[in-house]
Design a protein around this ligand. Structure first.
Ligand code: ADP
Length: 265
């Protein structure tokens, strides 16, 4: 809170009163501070892959290039880091679009059983040898008004996390149910889980439980932050429940106003 105090003088008297103006600067300052922190974090996040690449390229030019064993490994590291940086910049651009008012959702009616089946099948095709995907869907069709491209991105991020953070493989359960308040979709894994004090933070930009692990798996720390914004644009909710060492469930609720009926299958 900022206070401006002025003394009031009149012709006759030197002093006739005080005006106190109180400004609520806290919100403005907080936004400004968050912005500064964000720029600092982004710079750091971009510098890390660049310095890694620089040292591997230096090693290559200092002789590792001639080493049959080392050269392919070092080149692979620089390729992976380049890919991750491209993903990072792509995610950042998307977040900046979301933050500016340009972000519009492109709504259409989507039948969710078919839609979710397509998304899950795509993962099953590439990861089916390591994971069992179980779908628990209702018996009737579910027509929902959503932005199908943006929601696909949400489910892609959540499903790839379920895979990334489940080193032993295991079952990934996709549960969909219509309730009074809305459509609930839950994606559960049997992976490493999340410590209790981090469960709420995983939707924050650049927050990772284990930075090194996330980086090694090609993560940017922005997937769930983007998911949260897309769900917010749908007036929905997203949250996580988890037990360390046992697994994680990501819950999504889409408002009932988006439900447009559906026949029995
Ligand atoms: P990242 O690119 O690091 O995966 P995300 O925004 O997708 O970024 O997730 C943020 C963090 O939340 C991850 O780094 C990880 O620590 C944690 N996390 C997300 N999903 C899971 C999951 N299914 N199991 C365990 N931890 C998870």
């Amino acid at each position: 809170l900022k206070a401006n105090i002025s003394l009031i003088k009149t012709e006759e008297k030197d002093f006739s009163g005080i005006i106190v103006v109180l400004h609520d600067v806290t919100e403005q300052e907080q936004i400004e501070q968050e912005r500064r922190e964000f720029v600092a974090t982004v710079s750091h996040e971009l510098r890390t892959p660049l310095t890694t690449m620089r040292s591997y390229l230096e090693a290559l030019s200092d002789g590792a290039l001639e080493d049959e064993n080392l050269a392919p490994q070092f080149i692979k590291v620089t390729q992976d880091e380049t890919e991750r940086m491209i993903r990072l910049v792509k995610d950042l651009l998307q977040l900046s679009k979301i933050d500016s008012q340009e972000f519009k959702i492109n709504e259409s009616t989507v039948e969710m059983l078919e839609y979710m089946t397509l998304i899950v099948d795509r993962f099953e095709m590439t990861k089916g040898h390591q994971f069992v995907f179980t779908k628990v869907f209702p018996k009737h069709e579910l027509n929902m008004i959503i932005d199908s491209d943006k929601m696909t991105q949400v489910f892609d991020n959540i499903l790839s996390n379920a895979i990334k953070y489940s080193p032993e493989g295991g079952e990934i359960l996709i549960n969909m149910a219509l309730q009074n308040e809305g459509l609930i979709i839950e994606i559960s894994d049997k992976g490493v889980g999340i410590p209790a004090d981090s469960v709420e933070k995983i939707f924050d930009r650049f927050y990772r439980v284990d930075k090194a692990r996330s980086r090694k798996l090609g993560g940017t720390g922005l997937g769930l932050a983007i998911a949260k914004e897309i769900i917010r644009e749908h007036q929905g909710e997203i949250w996580a429940t988890s037990k360390e060492g046992k697994g994680t469930t990501i819950h999504i609720k889409l408002p009932i106003a988006r439900y447009k009926g559906g026949a029995m299958k």
